[in-house]
Design a binder for this molecule. Structure first.
Ligand code: ADP
Ligand code: MG
Length: 237
């Protein structure tokens, strides 16, 4: 529609893909569960950010996404809220392992994602846990044993726990690679590929990156299926 085009122009949103749905320009345009809308209101959010507005309807169609957008643009809820909705539709047993898996480059970033997931997921009774290195494994393993819907992890620690066979990724059907460019810069590509081998290929995969160099394009081509590309701002296409 005209207003969708105007919104995309105003916010420098460029999309590539078949029949890309129009952006959800306000919270009233979303069909989000009331628990989620209440959290957004409590956080004082007046409208979706551009990356949220454009990636929510695509993610809710179950499609793969590559999103190229800079830091601070609201990417976390861009993938978490559709992930929560995906999870609720699955009726999975958290004791069999997570349904949503988010990979993040550092302990600090993973913890921030975990905090956002807890805040927005608590009233929907979604359980989340965070796995990162530089901390004892014991408490993380105990959290996993209690059952989890969402796991946020750094690739190194998740790979260690996989090798110990203390987590199953057989139930993961919504996989997010956050800050993919940074994970590759940090040398996590082998761990990422090992982890993805444990995730069933029948899944939705979302990749978020601040830059779009050839290494990131390559891993996107290997791990995503017919993704819609969403580009915000002046990031090179
Ligand atoms: P990114 O991952 O793109 O760097 P974040 O997801 O960390 O960005 O979000 C940056 C900040 O914006 C966070 O404090 C987050 O709570 C806030 N935020 C997220 N969505 C909205 C929104 N719709 N309106 C206002 N602030 C938002
Ligand atoms: Mg982020």
């Amino acid at each position: 529609s005209v207003s969708a085009d105007a919104y995309r122009r105003r916010h420098e949103i460029i999309v590539h893909g078949d029949k890309v749905p129009p952006p959800l320009m306000s919270f009233e345009d979303t069909n989000f569960p009331s628990e989620i809308l209440r959290e957004a209101q409590a956080a004082g959010f007046s409208a979706p950010t551009p990356i949220q507005a454009q990636s929510w309807p695509i993610a809710l169609q179950g499609r793969d996404i590559v999103a190229i957008a800079k830091t601070g643009s609201g990417k976390t809820l861009g993938y978490l809220i559709p992930g929560f909705i995906h999870l609720k539709q699955r009726h999975t047993d958290p004791r069999m392992g997570p349904t949503v898996l988010v990979l993040s480059p550092t302990r600090e970033l993973a913890t921030q994602i975990q905090d956002e997931a807890v805040k927005f997921g608590k009233s929907s009774k979604i359980s989340c846990t965070c796995l990162y290195g530089g901390a004892p494994k014991g408490p993380q393993l105990r959290d996993l044993d209690r059952g989890v819907d969402v796991v946020v992890a750094t690739p190194g620690r998740l790979n260690d726990i996989l090798e110990m066979r203390r987590i199953s990724l057989m139930q993961v059907s919504y996989l997010v690679l956050d800050e993919a460019d940074r994970m590759l810069d940090m040398g996590f590509e082998p761990q990422i590929r090992k982890i993805v081998k444990e995730v069933p290929s029948r899944r939705q995969t979302l990749m978020y990156t601040a830059t779009w160099p050839k290494e990131v394009r390559k891993i996107a081509a290997d791990l995503l299926v017919n993704p819609v590309q969403v580009n915000i701002g002046n990031v090179d296409e």
